[in-house]
Design a protein around this ligand. Structure first.
Ligand code: ACO
Length: 332
């Protein structure tokens, strides 16, 4: 069974309610039809009757709840919640109403915040920033977490590395200013994500262009310091660094470059030293190794909200909805 098939089965076993705010995009309806057919999640689609009629034509979305943000009986509740959460940032009832109806992602996040949905998926026709900003502003991080980050679950075909080709890569999507504290936090969150999504034991490598002091530079020190912080914060996680990629995943190289490490050569959870490295790294593996790259999945948010690539297919939306539903189970 592929990892996605097992995630769909997991989502199906304890169904969650996921909001899809992009009724302006036909792919939302194609995905909704499949999600309902496969019984992966309960769905809410936000849109006006005109948007639903224009873009949903030909798709069977019987079973989805349609919420028109202009006539929804819960609309005032969401406006009040928006003002309660953001009045210190200058949000008034008028601006809340305007933002919610001009950008349905705000509406979706307010539904989650008010307990009317368990998670949201967007980004087929919105940028990453515009997709995740409402979630950062309204849902905030989990207690004790300072930064939301984004991981990819990578499934590399015919691969002996990682957990038989399964890896978590992070942060590939969010933080443009990674310091040692944030890297350590990402290590802890990524280990938890690996365990929850794959069922396997995480072995976390903090990546660099240096292995165990083989190079000296502030960039290397940043990662070495992150390793120390992560060991203090998460003593039970198998984690090591700083390691070069080959030392992290190839057993013979790990033995050569970091002989005392239990992680070197066996890592399945890779924490990249910068967003550039993480974003470029996952795309290289996806394209050159023909790996499946599921994500970016946001970790550290108080409730699950996930982003899509603008080039996504309906099938990708189905996968991200399944992962979001599984994350919602994680928060129970
Ligand atoms: N974790 C938690 N909260 C955050 C984070 C974070 N990582 N980043 C910002 N916030 C909070 C801020 O504290 C702020 O809260 P407040 O309004 O209550 O004070 C709110 O979010 C907005 O923050 P800003 O910094 O004003 O928002 P901005 O829009 O500048 O940045 C964003 C946030 C969108 C995440 C930005 O960092 C970004 O664009 N990152 C890169 C995204 C990207 O382009 N990724 C690559 C493509 S993805 C792909 O290829 C798969």
């Amino acid at each position: 069974m592929s990892i996605m098939d097992s995630l769909k089965a997991k989502a199906k076993a304890n169904k969650k309610t996921i909001v899809l705010p992009e009724s302006m995009d036909k792919r939302t309806f194609a995905a909704a039809e499949q999600i309902l057919k496969e019984d992966i999640a309960n769905l809410v689609i936000i849109g006006t009757p005109e948007e639903i009629a224009a873009n949903g034509k030909g798709y069977d979305i019987t079973g989805a709840t349609i919420v028109d943000p202009f006539t929804d009986p819960n609309r005032q509740k969401y406006i009040d919640k928006f003002v309660e959460l953001r009045s210190k940032k200058g949000v008034t009832p008028e601006s809340a109403e305007k933002m919610m109806t001009e950008d349905y992602m705000y509406y979706a996040c307010l539904m989650c915040k008010c307990g009317d949905a368990d998670g949201a998926v967007s980004g087929a026709c919105h940028s990453t920033g515009n997709t995740i900003r409402p979630a950062l502003q309204l849902l905030k991080t989990k207690p004790g977490i300072s930064s939301v980050s984004g991981f990819f679950l990578m499934e590399v075909p015919d691969c002996k590395f990682g957990d038989n080709g399964l890896f978590v890569f992070a942060d590939c999507a969010v933080n443009t200013d990674l310091d040692s504290e944030k890297l350590a936090e990402i290590a802890g969150l990524s280990a938890e994500s690996f365990r929850f999504f794959t069922g396997g034991e995480p072995k976390v490598a903090m990546l660099s262009y240096s292995s165990k002091g083989s190079a000296k530079h502030d960039d290397v020190t940043k990662v070495a310091d992150a390793v120390k912080i992560a060991h203090e914060r998460f003593p039970d996680i198998e984690l090591d660094g700083e390691l070069q990629l080959d030392a992290a995943i190839v057993a013979e190289v790990g033995e050569l470059k970091a002989p005392d490490s239990k992680v070197a050569g066996h890592a399945n959870t890779l924490v990249f030293p910068s967003l550039e490295a993480g974003n470029i790294g996952y795309k290289l593996v996806q394209r050159l190794a023909k790996a499946e790259a599921y994500g970016p999945v946001l970790q550290g948010l108080a409730m699950p909200v996930n982003d899509l690539s603008r080039g996504c297919f309906a099938e990708d939306i189905v996968g991200v909805v399944a992962m979001t539903a599984v994350q919602a189970q994680m928060s129970e």
